[in-house]
Design a protein around this ligand. Structure first.
Ligand code: ADP
Length: 437
């Protein structure tokens, strides 16, 4: 990811944020899964130990006859196996002084390991982990120390402490392999998260970058368009300052040039404002119930005079009976843009024709001229902001390339469509359809 421009920097920041979020989520998920798995393993072991404790406390066995207690209290015989006691379970019986009483029953090998246990009364009735190690052996246990009441039927346990030990080596092995599998899964998911974050950040930045670029182009084009008339006005004013004694009549040309440029600036700033407002959705379309025939005739009539003042002919054909809902200000602007262009890009003695037709609940507007026409390659771009064809730039029409963008926006706001096609043998036809509802 390139980090040189602000858009890429922003995308990189977004990528890092998404990656951190994913990493945090996966880590939390891993912790929860691990915690639940470990709890279920330990839960089973601990439940078995508590059961064992209950069996010892409620012991109904009589000490078998062959068990003989030595004088010192230790037992030489074999302890009856606790029912269901797992072979992984060991019981160590302590007297009050912490002496192991059932050493002989633990088996020599086991005892080398188990003798390391001590009577720790602080752990009484608590289930805790107990790792044990001797020279040859090492094992992990879960342990529970209990005190057996004196009246217990098992003479070995009665009045002593019994340490229940459950070997958990196999369970720890399972937990460790589970952790390994979990870590591998998390690493795979983190790698996936890098790819997903990259694509997410890229796709979510796309519209933002598009709008940034649009905004940037808009501002620089606007500045460029404003600079030209301002420079002309400045030059004319500076020139006038060099002729302080002249009358207005003497300098009518620079004055009228300046006024033309001011008019141009006025139109330009109005259009810029309109587009900026349309971008931020602050223009409210105000649909008014309009008597179509009379309203269109009214706004189009002045244009026949404007056209004839430029030796061009404007034919108006309005055939839209009844009323319809439209924003009069916006539709007037639309007509002004289309007619201005048609007159502007048609040479003297050219013909312009406007026809307005109602078709059920929609209105067809057609503005055709036999002017300079628009090439197919330009047709694709004429609705773009600030776009002007080379021909129109060269002919110094005073256009700014914003009219048709505004026209398109107005038509869209009226749930309509605007399109352009060639007129034959020369010229252009703009066709608009808008909804009247
Ligand atoms: P402008 O203010 O430059 O006329 P528009 O957005 O209204 O801006 O039009 C964009 C471009 O489309 C114009 O510069 C011109 O090249 C072309 N154009 C628009 N209308 C016509 C037309 N009736 N005949 C020929 N070219 C046209």
């Amino acid at each position: 990811m390139k980090k040189n421009n602000p858009e890429n920097q922003q995308q990189f920041k977004l990528f890092i944020k998404e990656l951190i979020t994913f990493a945090f989520l996966f880590f939390t998920l891993g912790l929860i899964v691990y915690y639940l798995f470990q709890n279920s393993v330990y839960g089973n072991i601990d439940a078995a130990m508590r059961e064992q404790k209950n069996r010892i406390i409620n012991n109904s066995h009589q000490l078998p006859l062959h068990i003989q207690k030595d004088k010192d209290g230790s037992v030489a015989g074999v302890l009856p196996p606790e029912r269901n006691a797992s072979f992984q379970t060991n019981l160590i019986v302590f007297d009050e002084n912490g002496r192991i009483l059932n050493q002989s029953m633990l088996g020599e090998r086991n005892f080398t390991l188990l003798r390391n246990t001590t009577l720790d009364l602080s752990k009484l009735n608590k289930i805790v982990d107990l790792p044990l190690a001797s020279d040859e052996l090492s094992a992990h246990f879960r342990s529970l120390l209990i005190k057996v009441p004196k009246n217990n039927q098992n003479v070995l346990y009665a009045g002593h402490y019994v340490l229940i030990l459950q070997n958990i080596d196999a369970d720890l092995l399972a937990i460790n392999s589970f952790i390994e599998a979990l870590i591998i899964t998390l690493i795979i998911f983190w790698i996936l998260a890098i790819a997903i974050s990259y694509f997410l950040s890229k796709s979510s930045m796309k519209p933002i970058i598009k709008s940034w670029l649009r905004q940037r182009d808009f501002s620089s084009n606007a500045a460029h368009e404003l600079r030209t008339p301002l420079t002309v006005i400045q030059n004319q004013m500076e020139y006038l300052l060099t002729k302080p004694k002249d009358t207005v009549m003497d300098q009518i040309k620079p004055i009228s040039t300046s006024l033309d440029e001011i008019q141009h600036l006025k139109i330009l700033t109005n259009r810029l404002l309109m587009l900026a407002r349309s971008d931020s959705n602050i223009i409210q379309v105000n649909l008014q119930n309009t008597q179509l025939n009379s309203w269109f005739n009214n706004i189009l009539t002045p244009y026949t005079e404007i056209a004839s003042s430029q030796n061009k002919q404007l034919l108006v054909n309005v055939n839209a009976s009844g009323n319809g809902m439209l924003d009069q200000d916006l539709i007037r602007q639309l007509m002004v843009i289309l007619l201005d262009n048609a007159i502007k890009y048609t040479s003297a003695h050219g013909e312009i024709e406007v026809s307005i037709n109602r078709v059920k609940d929609s209105l067809d507007i057609k503005v055709s001229d036999n002017g300079i026409g628009i090439s197919n390659s330009d047709k694709v771009h004429i609705f773009d902001r600030f776009y002007r064809t080379d021909k129109s730039r060269n002919s110094k029409t005073g256009g700014n390339g914003l009219g048709l963008s505004i026209a398109q926006w107005i038509v869209t706001e009226h749930k309509g469509k605007i399109s352009v096609k060639d007129n034959y043998p020369t010229g252009t036809i703009f066709q608009v359809t808008i909804s009247l509802k």
